[in-house]
Design a protein around this ligand. Structure first.
Ligand SMILES: [Fe+2]
Ligand SMILES: [Fe+2]
Length: 196
């Protein structure tokens, strides 16, 4: 079954912020968002996109100076055909992958909109904080702890406006308050972040 093959393939992408467990969370959250809003979606396309959307950030696919979404979109044809994914659905997977990031608008497809909400929410709240702190000193986004805290603040400020669907907005409010508490407490305990 293509799902088992895809899981086997994706399990190799280990990373504390955008690896296998992130793929799973985005799949699960997208399905939850669809269910709670009674929106019919193609679960096959979501599953495939969830386990492939960030592979462009990993060796051997990562290309210097190229957007990881575009790279993943280009690679997914071969991978999906090899494992026997229904070929008539590949265009949907590509659309979801192409527009998954918070810094671009999703296409009009409902799968792409919900997936974009789920991927954005994973940068928020306790999980968003955890992911960013896990890559301090390891990725360009977060060269040191102070820059990671600044990025958490930036995501708190910027990401809520990127969320589109009603249920995702509710989750976003909860995650915003988690970030607010974290930043407030950390500021108090570190002399306004000076003692980080
Ligand atoms: Fe991504
Ligand atoms: Fe992602």
């Amino acid at each position: 079954m293509w799902r088992d093959e895809l899981i086997k393939f994706a399990a190799a992408f280990k990373h504390p912020a955008w690896g296998f467990s992130h793929f799973k969370r985005v799949n699960n959250l997208t399905l939850d968002l669809a269910k709670s809003q009674q929106i019919k979606i193609d679960e096959d396309a979501i599953f495939a996109a969830a386990y492939l959307h960030d592979i462009g950030a990993f060796h051997p696919y990562k290309k210097k100076g190229r957007n990881h979404s575009e790279v993943a979109m280009e690679q997914c044809d071969d991978i999906l055909q090899r494992i026997g994914f229904p070929s008539e659905k590949i265009f949907k997977v590509k659309d979801i992958i192409r527009t998954h990031m918070f810094n671009i608008n999703p296409s009009e497809n409902v799968e792409s909109i919900l997936f974009h909400d789920a991927d954005t929410l994973d940068f928020m709240g306790t999980i968003g904080i955890t992911r960013l702190l896990a890559i301090v000193g390891k990725e360009d986004w977060t060269p040191d702890l102070k820059s990671a805290i600044k990025l958490i603040q930036k995501f708190y400020d910027d990401l809520p406006s990127k969320i589109i669907t009603t249920e995702a907005k509710k989750i976003c409010e909860k995650r915003k308050s988690e970030m607010e508490y974290f930043l407030k407490d950390l500021s108090q305990q570190t002399d306004n972040f000076n003692l980080l």
